[in-house]
Design a protein around this ligand. Structure first.
Ligand SMILES: *[C@@H]1O[C@H](CO)[C@@H](O)[C@H](O)[C@H]1NC(C)=O
Ligand SMILES: *[C@@H]1O[C@H](CO)[C@@H](O)[C@H](O)[C@H]1NC(C)=O
Ligand SMILES: *[C@@H]1O[C@H](CO)[C@@H](O)[C@H](O)[C@H]1NC(C)=O
Ligand SMILES: *[C@@H]1O[C@H](CO)[C@@H](O)[C@H](O)[C@H]1NC(C)=O
Length: 464
């Protein structure tokens, strides 16, 4: 072969080899080569500085949350525990590449420790995030960083339990940087309130709480002369009250009804008292359950007020029952009703309650006084008569018939006296009964009135 030809073919072969080599280098790319090109693997790479070329330029941090569930609401400690997906996006001006130079690699999964990350925290958070950490964040070729992670937030939320269990709660989640002020970091909301509400309602797990709305606001907050940019998510949730209606409200109402019905158990005998005390014990168990739900707040829930008022009126009616059984006992021991009680109960209270005892009280009084007069006067006159006769009879011969008649007369007089006494006692007894009856009915009316008013108030508060 001539030397000219051989050099020509050598050049051709060289060109071919070079062509093949370039082809291979374009087809085969690894993530590692990209990582080393971005010098993400070097130890000396600084990760602390905010990644902007001009330090005066603020970073825009865009965030978004997807509320998935309300896991728990601790009414006592006023804590809301919620589950959500948290997404935060920002730009790193130094980490950009041309994807065509790296066989079309347009995104990279990298460890967050290798990069600057914004120090975003939730102001209301009270506990560490319990959800498992997500190891990677996404880096796009244009420098956009996309960090998505699940979050289980336990946040403080001041609850308004006045309408419990028909309450609607509003809790704020305030996201913002802890140290960077508004000159460095500006928080941006990704979606508006309406969109957010709709998309969250779709995914929201139905449980004790229903999601009514998820509103988003951006705000600049001044704290110690520095302004911080914040994005606030306001969660509006409504409690589903069925459980509390079944477990608390219905039993409480029925116990009150039973206690009202027990006012019609006859006053005599101790059954009513025992029954009432049992009902109050049952009611106090309900109060204990209620106590578990309710925090120590300024304005107590209207349901708590209702239960307390019912308990008070129940105890008043127990005291009334004790008082009445004491009165019935008195009627046997001390038959006379004191005058003040007669005036206050038999006249005034009975008049207020439109129970006609006027004739009863007055006539009784007159009857008693009449009988007193009748009994005292005739007997004494008869006794004097008797003594006169005795004198006369002494002078006469005491015949057997007269003796017998005398004895009979004395006996009859004794019987008469006894009859009058027992009649008086009976009347006094029925007077005590009347006093007890009127007092009892008064307490019943008071009871019904109180329960009705508090029940109407509670319903009005719940409906409004
Ligand atoms: C990274 O790749 C680009 C384009 O291929 C190249 O210009 C640059 O020198 C590389 N940098 C390093 C540090 O390897
Ligand atoms: C960077 O790329 C991602 C993914 O393609 C895109 O969502 C984002 O809007 C881009 N960012 C900019 C600033 O163009
Ligand atoms: C929640 O945030 C909104 C909007 O800034 C504010 O009006 C409201 O007072 C906040 N509520 C609480 C309880 O902090
Ligand atoms: C907060 O302040 C920054 C910088 O002054 C401004 O760009 C931004 O619009 C402000 N945001 C709100 C919600 O006022």
């Amino acid at each position: 072969m001539p030397p000219f030809q051989s050099s020509k073919s050598q050049i051709l072969i060289l060109l071919l080899v070079r062509q093949v080599a370039i082809g291979i280098s374009q087809k085969i790319c690894s993530y590692d080569s990209l990582i080393s090109n971005l010098s993400l693997d070097s130890e000396s790479r600084p990760v602390h500085g905010r990644p902007v070329k001009d330090w005066k330029e603020p970073s825009l941090i865009s965030i978004d949350i997807d509320l998935e569930a309300v896991l728990d609401m601790d009414e006592k400690l006023q804590l809301l525990s919620s589950l959500m997906t948290f997404t935060v996006t920002w730009e790193n001006e130094f980490l950009t590449w041309n994807s065509e130079d790296f066989c079309g690699i347009s995104r990279l999964h990298i460890l967050p420790e290798l990069l600057w990350t914004p120090d975003i925290y939730v102001s209301e958070r009270t506990e560490e995030d319990q959800s498992p950490p997500v190891p990677y964040i996404l880096l796009y070729s244009n420098g956009t960083i996309y960090w998505k992670k699940p979050m289980r937030l336990v946040t403080a939320c001041s609850l308004d339990l006045y309408k419990f269990p028909f309450d609607i709660q509003k809790c704020n989640l305030t996201f913002g940087p802890y140290t960077y002020s508004v000159e460095d970091i500006i928080m941006v909301q990704n979606t508006d309130s309406k969109q957010k509400t709709l998309s969250s309602q779709k995914n929201f797990a139905k449980g004790e709480w229903l999601l009514l709305g998820l509103d988003v606001f951006s705000k600049n907050v001044t704290n110690e002369d520095r302004i911080y940019s914040k994005v606030i998510y306001r969660i509006t949730i409504q409690r589903t009250p069925m459980l509390y209606i079944i477990n608390l409200i219905v039993p409480a109402c029925f116990l009150v009804l039973v206690d009202i019905a027990s006012m019609f158990i006859p006053m005599e005998g101790g059954e009513r008292l025992g029954f009432k005390i049992t009902v109050v014990l049952g009611f106090s168990v309900l109060l204990l359950i209620l106590n578990d739900f309710l925090p120590n707040s300024e304005i107590p829930p209207i349901l708590g007020i209702f239960c307390t008022v019912c308990l008070i009126i129940m105890i008043v009616s127990i005291v009334d029952s004790i008082f009445i059984s004491y009165m019935l006992h008195l009627s046997a021991v001390r038959p006379d009703v004191p005058k003040w009680l007669k005036i206050w109960v038999l006249r005034r209270l009975a008049y207020i309650m439109c129970i006609s005892t006027k004739e009863y009280a007055d006539e009784n009084a007159t009857v008693i006084s009449n009988t007193k007069k009748e009994t005292t006067d005739p007997t004494s006159s008869q006794e004097t008569e008797l003594q006169d006769r005795r004198h006369l009879l002494k002078e006469h011969q005491d015949s057997a018939e007269i003796k017998l008649l005398k004895r009979l007369l004395v006996e009859i007089l004794m019987i008469r006296r006894h009859l009058i006494m027992s009649k008086k006692e009976e009347e006094a007894k029925s007077e005590w009964h009347m006093v007890a009856f009127i007092l009892d009915r008064f307490i019943l009316i008071l009871y019904l009135f109180t329960v009705l008013i508090i029940a109407i108030t509670v319903v009005v508060v719940w409906v409004s």
